[in-house]
Design a protein around this ligand. Structure first.
Ligand code: ATP
Ligand code: MG
Length: 324
């Protein structure tokens, strides 16, 4: 079975050749036993050499643990990465017993240094996974391909490659923003190396601003588990209830979105220079683009939102695996 999985710093996104999609926050914690453990999404049991934590809470189910682990740092911690990946595979595979052809990605900045190691490590991986009480799924790979993050979103953008032109892509994630420049001549694609790169900016800056403003009003840091709910509330101009009082954060968010937009645009100028002005399309992908779209659209040449912006890389990895 063919799958494309994007293990992002903020969320895991996966798609299968059958069109099934899964998404969950990139959070892992040891499983807390108790009367509610069977309601937890996701309760995961893994037997695999790279994973010592056999029973874990993954995604939303990990939010309430004090021992929550996020993905952070340039190299994603192997154990947490593999738990997230195997959870996505088990959710996508359902009861399929076929070996898996998997497409995954790495941020462009780390691609050259880490791609061979990641491919080799995943290719040799085999294990048993059960999610939310499902039957144990025996995972093994017939093929693993690693692609540069961002290029996946271009493949899935729906843009017609039969003609000629120049395309830019900006993928705004949680911790990383990837830039890709691509030239197409008579259907042949070539990446412009100087116009491709990653910067460590993303939606996390919004969470940091919300956290600071919350701390100033509430006298304690905003717990990680509350980040995405706080962002959603602030986007809808809804207050957060804390100690029976309402805390309004939408003005803070507006300001933080302006700052993040300026920061993305200054990186666009740094990475693309005046190429940014000679583009037939600028494709926007990643969850950060969903949030910043209205602000970015007037600052870019012919901006187009990717078809399914949050899943764009995962769809692209799947397309590449199908074609290779
Ligand atoms: N549909 C949406 N509406 C609003 N916000 C969203 C949406 N999807 C994602 N986000 C926000 O955008 C952020 C970035 O999402 P995305 O899935 O692109 O990041 P990621 O791929 O996990 O991060 P990275 O690319 O840095 O590894 C998320 O942290 C989330 O808060
Ligand atoms: Mg991403």
């Amino acid at each position: 079975m063919q799958m494309g999985i994007d293990v992002g710093y903020g969320q895991v996104k996966g798609v299968s050749e059958k069109g099934k999609k899964v998404i969950f926050p990139s959070l892992v914690a040891p499983l807390t036993k108790g009367p509610l453990e069977n309601d937890m999404k996701h309760k995961v049991f893994i037997q695999c050499s790279s994973v010592s934590m056999r029973e874990s809470a993954v995604g939303d189910g990990a939010r309430y643990s004090k021992l929550i682990q996020q993905l952070s740092g340039q190299e994603k911690p192997t154990e947490a990465h593999d738990i997230l990946l195997l959870t996505a595979i088990a959710l996508l595979a359902e009861d399929t017993k076929e070996p898996i052809s998997l497409g995954v990605g790495l941020p462009l900045a780390y691609y050259a240094a880490q791609k061979d190691q990641l491919k080799q490590r995943l290719s040799c991986m085999a294990g048993k996974v059960s999610v939310d009480g499902s039957l144990q799924h025996q995972v093994s790979f017939s093929r693993v391909e690693v692609f540069p993050q961002g290029t996946g979103a271009i493949a899935a953008s729906g843009i017609d490659y039969s003609s000629s032109g120049r395309i830019g892509l900006i993928d705004i994630g949680t911790y990383t923003t990837d830039f890709v420049l691509l030239e197409i001549e008579n259907g042949r694609k070539s990446f412009i190396p100087d116009g491709c790169g990653s910067r460590e900016i993303g939606a996390y800056q919004l969470f940091e601003s919300l956290d600071k403003a919350f701390q100033a009003k509430a006298g304690m840091p905003l717990p990680i588990r509350e980040y995405s709910r706080t962002l959603d509330n602030a986007l809808q101009q809804k207050p957060l209830c804390f100690d029976g009082k309402e805390i309004h954060l939408h003005k803070t968010l507006e300001y933080a979105m302006e700052e993040l937009t300026d920061s993305v645009m200054s990186q666009v100028r740094a990475v693309w220079g005046d190429w940014a002005r000679f583009l037939d399309y600028t494709i926007l992908a990643g969850g950060g683009s969903v949030v910043l779209h209205d602000r970015l659209k007037n600052k870019l040449s012919n901006p187009v939102m990717a078809k399914d912006p949050v899943f764009a890389n995962a769809w692209g990895y799947l397309e590449y695996v199908k074609a290779s």
